[in-house]
Design a protein around this ligand. Structure first.
Ligand SMILES: Nc1ncnc2c1ncn2[C@@H]1O[C@H](COP(=O)(O)OP(=O)(O)OP(=O)(O)O)[C@@H](O)[C@H]1O
Length: 681
């Protein structure tokens, strides 16, 4: 028996050597092609496209050159269910690797056959006789070493499920550096989401650490692989809550071979102007500006610019004068309004219909040179003046500056929609012109709404929105506008909503996102947070006012400790010193001011600690303001004074829930004030 295992292991070593040699050859070829690609292409456009493609390919192959080249293997049986794969073996990895003759040594995890690896069970083995998982040890820069494998004879009814040693080790591996991909251990319910069709929009409701972000990123990679041409043209957009989060997840897609996904914050996507740091809306103003009713107010303000003109139009044309009778233009405007094109297109439509009527008149009298005549008349002063009166061109900045700066204009647009108090809340006390105006973050959302009414923005083939529960209705609309012809993956957790406008129900949020009928799929297996920590965090759930399914942790390791400290700084310092005795990353999380203040005492005690935005390789400890903690994870978390986190903001309990669920292995809570009631006892 052992002999058989040894022989099998030797065969695996030989396959590994062949795979590494093939990968090195593919990399050399890719590099060579980058160097010569531009010379072999026939024209400049082809050269550029080819060059870009080759550079991308070379870059993909250069990612993590010494990482394990595969993670699993499928051996199909010979029964009918195996179909075309009968008797075949396939190693599965992050990308295809082929030998010199073009035979596959490793199949991409996204290929259709790989689906079987994630979905096959003992009850429904989908033709698979044996599923094999590999164990690797890696100590970069040395290449990863194959340490063993684990077989499940699915055809004999054997299945390890949660008992797989390799899967458990992979899930519980300490976190160092940026987020990693999970291709080796994607779970069936996650795989179903990852491989949902391109035209399917889906919403994933998942408690902290259930793999929402991981699912979203793997879905992006799968979609790009499966619909490369279409999405190469239309693009994939990933929206994350803040730059620290985006930095944390930014390595996943390149590691999966995808270097062309647009990963941004929503603020960045809508940044027509820099946000003025000095212009911060107070709570009342922000609440109104993010309210869905603002969509109606802006629409009314914009279309309030149309003027019904009863005048006749006269256009001199050489010896002739062409005329439109009074009322004709008003009729055209009403007709175009009924067709409801974007405002900017409406203006051009009016121009061309006016010209069309004039042209019909003219054609009865003279021979016209069609297009040139129409262009000239369309730009002539009387037509231009008429358009500027009846359907004036509008810039979003100018419209919003007038709306917020002019109480009468605001009252007119908001009458019956916003109360007088709400109008007062958003009104500028010192009116400014469009050029000198300074815009707040919420103003940029409004400007985007107006810009979207004037002209549809370019869209994406697929948009993935993380932490979607935190988006306001107006922010949702900005994303809906960019995915009109594409689909959406909406990721979030109602229990982690911390903005004043955070969603309390997915159907409402999905309606704002333009996908009212998207399926809401729960994920309930927690991969990040150890059981003991999750049990504590779950105690808060009842106080958060949302209806979400409970979660169980799949982790067997980890610890939770609660320390009462007479002196908070000393308590934190002790906990941090203890944390540094373990492998992995450490974060100190507390209200923003406390975290800033703790930098001094930690430094004085000889513990280097970096801010979340600093890159300091000597610091294993990150000082993380709780408002930036969303989506991030650390091996060891020292959570400072939960009562302060609860008291700091209206949604303090939700914020505490987020903070409690950042720890991958160990959570130390250090408090001086009494713990919030839900955490006591
Ligand atoms: N199938 C899996 N196998 C191994 N690790 C996994 C799996 N699914 C998720 N993880 C890991 O669990 C951790 C949490 O995943 P992720 O950040 O995607 O969760 P999340 O639901 O987005 O959490 P949050 O709500 O806190 O943002 C990550 O380290 C991720 O790599």
């Amino acid at each position: 028996m052992d002999d058989r295992v040894d022989r099998e292991f030797a065969r695996e070593q030989a396959h590994l050597a062949a795979t590494r040699a093939a990968l090195a050859r593919m990399r050399d070829t890719a590099r060579h092609r980058v160097a010569t690609g531009a010379d072999v292409a026939g024209d400049r456009w082809t050269a550029e496209t080819l060059g870009r493609m080759l550079r991308t390919h070379a870059k993909e192959l250069a990612e993590e050159p010494d990482a394990p080249p595969y993670f699993g293997r499928l051996r199909f049986g010979v029964a009918a269910e195996a179909g075309e794969h009968a008797g075949q073996r396939y190693h599965l990895g992050r990308r295809h690797i082929t030998d010199e003759a073009g035979h596959p040594l490793v199949i991409d995890w996204r290929a259709p056959v790989s689906r079987t690896f994630y979905r096959a069970t003992a009850r429904d083995h989908l033709g698979v006789a044996v599923r094999r998982r590999y164990g690797w040890s890696s100590a970069p820069p040395a290449p990863a070493r194959l340490t063993g494998f684990e077989d499940e004879h699915l055809d004999r009814g054997e299945e390890l499920g949660g008992g797989s040693r390799l899967v458990a080790a992979e899930i519980e591996r300490p976190r160092i550096g940026p987020m990693r991909d999970i291709v080796a251990t994607i779970q069936p319910e996650q795989d179903e989401l990852v491989r949902a069709d391109l035209d399917t929009s889906v919403c994933v409701q998942g408690a902290p650490g259930t793999g929402k972000t991981a699912v979203g990123l793997h879905r992006a990679a799968w979609l790009l692989y499966t619909h490369r041409r279409q999405l190469g043209r239309t693009g994939v957009l990933v929206i994350g809550p803040n730059p620290a989060f985006l930095r944390y997840v930014s390595a996943v897609l390149p590691a999966l071979g995808e270097v062309d996904v647009d990963q941004r914050t929503l603020e960045d996507l809508l940044a027509r102007h820099p946000i003025a740091a000095t212009v911060v809306d107070d709570d009342a103003a922000a609440a109104v500006k993010h309210d869905i009713r603002m969509a109606g107010v802006l629409d009314r303000a914009l279309y309030g610019r149309l003027r019904v003109t009863a005048e006749a139009l006269t256009v001199p044309d050489g010896p002739y004068r062409w005329r439109l009778p009074a009322g004709a233009v008003a009729g055209l405007v009403a007709e175009i309004r009924r067709e409801s094109p974007p405002y900017g297109i409406g203006r051009e439509r009016l121009r061309s219909r006016v010209v069309g009527l004039l042209q019909r008149q003219a054609e009865r009298r003279v021979e016209l040179s069609g297009v040139a005549w129409a262009r000239r008349v369309g730009r002539c002063a009387p037509v231009r003046d008429l358009l500027d009166r009846a359907w004036p061109a509008v810039r979003p900045e100018e419209l919003l500056a007038r709306l917020l700066g002019d109480p009468d204009g605001l009252a007119e647009a908001a009458d019956g929609t916003l109360t007088a108090d709400e109008q007062n809340a958003v009104r500028w006390t010192r009116p400014r012109g469009a050029r000198t105006a300074r815009w707040s973050a919420a103003d940029l959302v409004l400007l985007d709404e107006v810009a979207g009414l004037i002209e549809h923005p370019p869209g994406y083939g697929h948009v993935i929105v993380d932490e979607a529960q935190d988006l306001s209705p107006m922010q949702c609309r900005a994303l809906a506008r960019r995915s009109v012809h594409g689909s959406l993956t909406v990721l979030g957790d109602l229990a982690q909503g911390t903005t004043p406008w955070a969603a309390r129900s997915w159907p409402d949020q999905l309606t704002h996102l333009g996908r009212p009928t998207a399926r809401v799929v729960p994920l309930t297996a927690g991969f990040r947070v150890p059981g003991a920590v999750l049990a504590l965090a779950n105690r808060l759930l009842g106080t958060l006012g949302v209806d979400v399914p409970p979660t169980r942790s799949v982790r067997s390791d980890g610890h939770l400790r609660v320390h009462h400290a007479d002196d908070l700084d000393t308590g934190v310092l002790d906990a941090v010193r203890d944390a540094l005795g373990y492998a992995g990353s450490v974060a100190v999380i507390g209200v923003d001011a406390a975290v800033t203040r703790l930098a001094g005492p930690l430094r004085a005690a000889g513990v280097p600690a970096a801010g979340v935005d600093e890159v300091d390789p000597s610091a294993r400890v990150t000082l993380l303001p709780v408002t930036l903690a969303k989506g991030l994870e650390y091996d060891h978390v020292v959570l400072v004074e939960p009562a302060d986190i609860v008291a700091a903001e209206a949604r303090g309990p939700h914020r505490l829930y987020v903070a409690l669920t950042r720890a991958v292995s160990r959570l130390d809570i250090v408090h001086h004030r009494p713990l919030p009631a839900a955490l006591r006892g």
